[in-house]
Ligand binder design. Structure first.
Ligand SMILES: *[C@@H]1O[C@H](CO)[C@@H](O)[C@H](O)[C@H]1NC(C)=O
Ligand SMILES: *[C@@H]1O[C@H](CO)[C@@H](O)[C@H](O)[C@H]1NC(C)=O
Ligand SMILES: *[C@@H]1O[C@H](CO)[C@@H](O)[C@H](O)[C@H]1NC(C)=O
Ligand SMILES: *[C@@H]1O[C@H](CO)[C@@H](O)[C@H](O)[C@H]1NC(C)=O
Ligand SMILES: *[C@@H]1O[C@H](CO)[C@@H](O)[C@H](O)[C@H]1NC(C)=O
Ligand SMILES: *[C@@H]1O[C@H](CO)[C@@H](O)[C@H](O)[C@H]1NC(C)=O
Ligand SMILES: *[C@@H]1O[C@H](CO)[C@@H](O)[C@H](O)[C@H]1NC(C)=O
Ligand SMILES: *[C@@H]1O[C@H](CO)[C@@H](O)[C@H](O)[C@H]1NC(C)=O
Ligand SMILES: *[C@@H]1O[C@H](CO)[C@@H](O)[C@H](O)[C@H]1NC(C)=O
Length: 524
């Protein structure tokens, strides 16, 4: 959101909190000034099922007067006048838009300035605008405790119908973000609209899961999440839908959600809706085969490396199901799960790279991951160097519990020095070493330092960091832009290997870290 939008929201919030001018409220719902025009309406509401789910179709009718201040209004919230006899404490209301639960669950509240006993129901942060014409908005009513006497599980008991209107008629205020464009409307079940079930979402998920063999925990990346969503999930699903001619529910635009939150949890997803379960069934067998195939393909099992270094010690969860927050996934119109549906000889494979080309380090020390507390995050990030012709490739130090904290390596409390596997023959391409301990504002530059010719070792000595200083610190190579990370770091897959020594030099856990920006370069 831009600053102007944030400011507008804050101002709007300030207005909302301020006492309303007394003339603005006259004791009727919604108890604040609400008599503008709005482009939104729910002309026909039909009870979809006899189970408490009610759905309405949002109809957008642009205002005739395009200069009306409300001509471009959004639809942020809907408030509904509640029957005072309804036991709101025992009533649960859930809402969905095109089958996706709303970001904020509906809640009951006592409107400011309303007479004693009044309640309203608020659906907010709907995020709807004039592009959402035809959206299917549903609420589902249920009792908190089964059989609670006054829980209102029907519109007839939930809504306070206006005088003279049939029971089940609801009075709703449709409000925009500015709170200025607000209109009161009556929404009544017509019973004539043939009930069409709300769309039922089916989603495809991928999630790398750490096993005890994991070196460092996999940290997701928005870019990587988006890449996998577009190139593995979306393209596979849409191609198969086209191939088998499965009919989709046109009310749902297929979507993926690579929010920061999902990316950090490293859950990649892609969701869509079939027109019916029978359409989904056409793809069931394909889905079972696909989750089996992707279980291994997504960890790089079929490449010469056998395993992508950023997934060492991980397994890939690959799942088709309904819409949920991973790992809580309800059934969908396709259901397949690599953990259950793949043959055991496939599902049991853990990402284990072929390290036969890793002839590093040249010294003798214990390189086992996690034998000390010092490790590295799985992604190297790039930053501009000191000159336009140089680039910084930065490792981020990670501090965690050693596998055996009581062993000689595990007791290490100092990150004495770091070394990186690099190509001796490209010494002149390394223009500097930059470090940034936790708390330092800027990079501190050092001259490059190499081990003996043939050792292929870049030295970052005399760090002497405590765990607190090390945790989140950066160690960077400043490379001439005319080399590339694959040839400079030698292993391939845009991956560099770094190890961290203790003072005795006996412990030197070795970790890969991958230049994620470069990994997707040319692919995305
Ligand atoms: C109170 O508000 C309602 C709905 O906006 C309006 O129809 C009515 O005329 C108002 N009454 C007074 C006294 O302002
Ligand atoms: C009502 O039925 C519909 C369609 O079967 C279903 O999607 C919904 O979850 C049901 N609601 C409840 C509360 O059981
Ligand atoms: C259209 O809205 C503008 C702004 O509120 C107003 O000045 C103008 O009179 C309106 N035009 C008509 C035809 O109602
Ligand atoms: C994306 O996913 C996150 C976490 O599951 C959720 O909180 C958020 O509401 C989702 N965003 C959209 C636009 O669906
Ligand atoms: C999708 O389903 C609806 C109602 O279930 C039906 O009216 C419509 O014809 C279907 N669309 C297609 C393309 O089959
Ligand atoms: C698993 O076993 C099947 C059948 O024996 C075989 O075809 C397949 O190649 C095996 N897969 C792996 C990854 O070993
Ligand atoms: C290296 O350290 C690990 C973990 O502390 C230990 O299990 C392993 O035996 C050590 N390897 C050697 C060769 O000492
Ligand atoms: C790390 O070790 C400490 C102290 O033994 C323990 O309290 C903590 O739970 C451990 N953390 C993890 C993530 O295992
Ligand atoms: C390292 O930093 C991370 C994130 O700031 C924190 O969650 C973690 O507890 C820290 N670890 C140690 C050992 O201080």
């Amino acid at each position: 959101m831009n600053h102007a939008a944030v400011a507008a929201l804050l101002i709007a919030a300030a207005f909302a909190a301020a006492p309303l001018p007394s003339g603005a409220q006259n004791g009727t719902f919604p108890f604040f000034k609400c008599n503008a025009k709005t482009p939104y309406n729910f002309p026909g509401v039909s009870r979809s099922y006899n189970n408490g789910t009610y759905c309405g179709t949002l109809v957008v009718t642009p205002l005739k007067n395009a200069s009306d201040p409300c001509a471009n209004a959004d639809l942020r919230k809907i408030e509904v006048n509640i029957n005072p006899a309804c036991d709101v404490k025992n009533t649960i209301v859930k809402a969905t838009i095109n089958g996706v639960p709303t970001a904020v669950s509906p809640s009951f509240f006592v409107p400011a300035g309303a007479p004693e006993g009044s309640y309203a129901l608020r659906l907010t942060q709907l995020g709807l605008d004039q592009g959402n014409d035809g959206d299917n908005i549903c609420i589902t009513l249920s009792a908190k405790t089964p059989g609670a006497a006054n829980a209102c599980t029907k519109l007839e008991s939930l809504c306070q119908a206006p005088p003279g209107a049939p029971p089940g008629t609801c009075v709703a205020a449709l409000v925009d973000t500015t709170l200025r464009c607000c209109a009161v409307t009556e929404v009544r079940p017509t019973g004539v609209t043939p009930a069409r079930p709300p769309p039922r979402l089916t989603c495809f998920y991928m999630h790398p899961r750490a096993t005890p063999a994991a070196g460092t925990p996999f940290k997701g990346e928005v870019k990587g999440c988006q890449w996998a969503a577009d190139n593995m999930l979306k393209s596979a699903v849409l191609a198969e839908i086209a191939a088998v001619g499965a009919v989709m529910d046109e009310r749902v635009t297929p979507f993926s959600n690579c929010s920061e939150e999902n990316a950090v949890k490293s859950t990649t997803n892609f969701c869509w809706a079939f027109n019916s379960s029978a359409e989904g069934a056409k793809m069931q067998e394909w889905a079972v085969n696909l989750v089996t195939k992707l279980r291994l393909e997504a960890i790089g099992y079929e490449t010469k490396y056998k395993c992508s270094p950023w997934l060492i010690g991980h397994q890939m969860d690959v799942i088709f199901g309904g819409y949920g927050i991973y790992p809580d996934i309800p059934p969908g119109d396709i259901n397949a799960d690599a953990n259950k549906d793949a043959p055991t000889n496939v599902s049991s494979i853990v990402c284990t790279p072929d390290l036969s080309t890793l002839n590093y380090p040249k010294c003798t020390c214990n390189t086992t991951m996690r034998n000390t507390r010092f490790g590295v995050q799985n992604w190297v990030y790039t930053y501009p160097g000191r000159k336009p012709t140089t680039t910084l490739y930065c490792f981020t130090v990670d501090v965690f519990n050693a596998t055996d904290p009581t062993s000689p390596c595990g007791r290490t409390d100092t990150l004495f020095k770091a070394e990186i596997w690099g190509d001796d023959k490209q010494r002149q391409k390394l223009k500097g070493i930059a470090i940034q301990p936790v708390g330092a504002k800027n990079f501190i530059y050092r001259s490059p330092s190499w081990g003996a010719p043939g050792d292929q070792t870049i030295k970052v000595s005399q760090l002497n960091w405590t765990p607190q200083q090390a945790n989140g610190s950066k160690i960077c190579l400043e490379l001439d832009s005319n080399t590339d990370i694959d040839s400079f770091c030698m292993f391939g897959l845009k991956t560099c290997w770094i190890n961290f020594f203790d003072e005795s030099l006996a412990c030197c856990p070795l970790y890969p870290s991958t230049a994620v920006d470069k990994l997707f370069e040319g692919i995305v």
